[in-house]
Design a protein around this ligand. Sequence first.
Ligand SMILES: C[S@@+](CC[C@H](N)C(=O)[O-])C[C@H]1O[C@@H](n2cnc3c(N)ncnc32)[C@H](O)[C@@H]1O
Length: 284
Amino acid sequence: MPDPNRDYLTLALNQYWFAPPVALWRAIELRVLAAETFIRPLLDLGCGDGLIAQVLFAGEAPVEAGFDPWLSQVRKAPASGAYRFVQQARGDAMPYPDASFNTVFSNSVLEHIPNLDPVLREVTRVLRPGGRFLATVPSDMFRRLLAGYRERDAKGDRTGAETYAAAVDRRLEHHRYLTPTQWAKRLDLAGMHLLHTRYYIPSEVEALWDRANATYGIHPNDTLFHGKPYYRWLASPRLRQLGYQKLVRRWIVRTLGQRWRRAYTLDVLEGGVGGGLLVVGEKT
Ligand SMILES: C[S@@+](CC[C@H](N)C(=O)[O-])C[C@H]1O[C@@H](n2cnc3c(N)ncnc32)[C@H](O)[C@@H]1O
């Protein structure tokens, strides 16, 4: 089982030092997922390069299967050592027999898929009866908790706030933000029932994350974000052979590992909302 007490912030900063806000978001997702139960056999839907499974299940037997449609990512995944099998596939056509898995999980994937229902039906098909589906997604509060949205909204500039959020949607390729009730309906349509949801990334952490995207040049070409692309240049893979990036990485891990510690550990208060949502369903 994943260890909820591991220092996922340091691990994520080491992996994503070139994009520190991604590391913060991933570290919190890992902490949230690590508190859940994963019964084998396990499938990673939209595994990307495998880094999440590698960190989450470190020291355990490899995850039984992972797949992703993005060829360059899926080619990297076997090197992570995190999977027994990795395949290139799409969520609406999974290359597995019915009832193959006890758990399907997907980290930051479903929001990128335009047509969700066929994917949820496939999850149900490959799960065994009573099997669980765990997904982390941006929540229905994600747009309104962005610092850029709140600053504009507080000045009465609702149009500016919406324009800002729409630019974030475009850049991150997010297709939807469902409420827990809407998730319950979508899972139900696919043959699962919602066991529970959990908000994470409280508003002050999402504001920090949003501002950090500008600081670290994650939105370099969009004047809306006042992006400063310097860090992005510094971390560019094209400059890797100059050798200084090891020092940048060490500096990022040390400084942000301390500065962002509180944000990493901050939970959403009971009954509150956050920018991220863990959705846990069960095959009925
Ligand atoms: C933000 S990345 C997350 C990757 C990985 N789960 C992680 O947490 O690092 C989103 C992933 O969703 C994958 N994806 C996009 N459309 C998909 C689809 N139709 N079926 C499965 N995966 C999809 C992308 O290829 C990409 O690897």
